[in-house]
Ligand binder design. Structure first.
Ligand SMILES: *Cc1c(COP(=O)(O)O)cnc(C)c1O
Length: 400
């Protein structure tokens, strides 16, 4: 028996302890409840499960391997570092796992269009991919400023056949794209579905996205057990909204011997205002239809956040992470932009694996922690994505 009780999570109202729920207008609550009902019914069916598992295997390339980063471990002289290779998935990151789940659910529910916003374009590309595969129209809203910054992803979305809607209002960035996408969704929420890109937003999204991502931890637990006859001493993952982390953590929550560490971006330093360390420095609040830890300014507005990894700069965080922090089951620590860059270069040059800047945060923590541990200790890192998208930026930044 575990000393932690994780029985049905979340509860029927979508709460993880005090976090989560549905902080939304009543009309929208009805729509969300209908999605939850349909999801709970559809996910039990053999048809849905078989189709999703088949796609995970033949299309995504699952199971993703666990790789012993021996040269990196030897160089650090401490704990053994293992990588769960989500970077090897089709499209190069973990996001395809929940996008396929959401697109397939949309198809089973008979929806006619999938709508979403995207910031850096990672969620947009993964969703456009999944919708092309499943054969359902897809509409992505993106701020004009982000469109100009993120050329490769914009091009990919166009090639994949989704409708890209440029958003020019306000600051023409992610926040405005969310508003714009939401307005489109509200025009016909019965026939459209909004596909959220992490374990955030109103119930049932934190639950659904977690469930679709939890394949990562189920595989990793079995793979590690098969090879080592025991479980890893530490598991770790970067936390933006928190989907790749919940994906890995879920299978291990009741394993008391496994220490779980989530890594947030401390950007230019926790003492500056340029970070995105929501669980480390935020307070319980509300954002995007849910209760969770939030980084807010003094007048209660979401704080402008910063991270070198655009996938991690979010002023809120998944409600389940908020709960796991209060419970003490997961420890949340942070890594700076500088440590992230160092890990990015080190993993590239010692192992020949170029990690995403997001994933480099988890690698950086493992590198820091491993040095203080003995050689028998094991750390499993979720390598959430590959760094091709970041290569030019890093080369520029480091003057390579
Ligand atoms: C989007 C992204 C993240 C951050 O999202 P989470 O929901 O926190 O997992 C992390 N890693 C990669 C590679 C990403 O693309």
């Amino acid at each position: 028996m575990s000393k932690f009780d994780f029985a049905p999570m979340p509860d029927n109202e979508g709460f993880f302890g005090n976090y989560g729920g549905q902080i939304i207008p009543p009309e929208l609550k009805q729509v969300m409840d209908e999605i939850d009902r349909a999801y709970e019914e559809i996910r039990q069916t053999e048809e849905f499960q078989n189709e999703l598992m088949q796609l995970f295997q033949d299309y995504v390339g699952r199971p993703s391997p666990i790789y012993h980063a021996k040269r990196l471990s030897d160089k650090l002289g401490g704990a053994q570092i293992y990588l769960k290779r989500e970077d090897l998935n089709h499209t190069g990151a973990h996001k395809i796992n929940h996008c396929l789940g959401e697109a397939l659910l949309a198809k089973f529910m008979g929806k006619t269009k999938v709508i979403a916003e995207t910031g850096a374009g990672q969620h947009g590309v993964a969703l456009a991919t999944a919708c092309a595969l499943v054969g359902i129209p897809c509409e992505i809203h993106m701020g004009q400023v982000d469109i100009e910054k993120e050329h490769p992803n914009v091009t990919k979305m166009k090639i994949l056949g989704c409708k890209l809607v440029p958003v020019t209002r306000g600051t023409a960035t992610l926040k405005d794209a969310v508003d714009s996408a939401f307005e489109e969704y509200l025009k016909d929420p019965v026939n459209y579905i909004y596909a959220i890109g992490s374990v955030v937003g109103p119930h049932p999204f934190p639950k659904m996205v977690r469930d679709f991502q939890s394949i990562i931890g189920r595989e990793a637990r079995q793979q590690f057990q098969d090879k080592h006859n025991t479980l890893p001493d530490y598991i770790t993952a970067c936390v933006g909204g928190g989907s790749n982390a919940m994906g890995l953590f879920t299978a291990f929550l009741e394993d008391d011997s496994v220490n779980i560490v989530g890594i947030e971006p401390s950007g230019k330093g926790l003492e500056t205002s340029e970070h995105s360390a929501t669980l480390t420095l935020g307070k319980p609040g509300e954002i995007h239809g849910m209760k969770c830890y939030v980084l807010e300014t003094e007048d209660g507005e979401p704080m402008p956040v910063h991270s070198i990894a655009s996938g991690l700069d979010y002023p809120g965080v998944g409600p389940q992470h908020s709960y796991l922090k209060d419970l003490g089951r997961v420890e949340y620590q942070s890594v700076t932009d500088e440590e992230c860059l160092n890990a990015f270069m080190t993993l590239s040059q010692v192992e020949g694996i170029i990690p995403a800047l997001e994933s480099s945060h988890a690698v950086a923590w493992a590198m820091r922690a491993a040095q203080e541990m003995d050689k028998d200790t094991t750390i499993l890192v979720n390598l959430s994505g590959r760094g091709d998208k970041d290569a030019d930026y890093v080369a520029d930044k480091l003057d390579l």
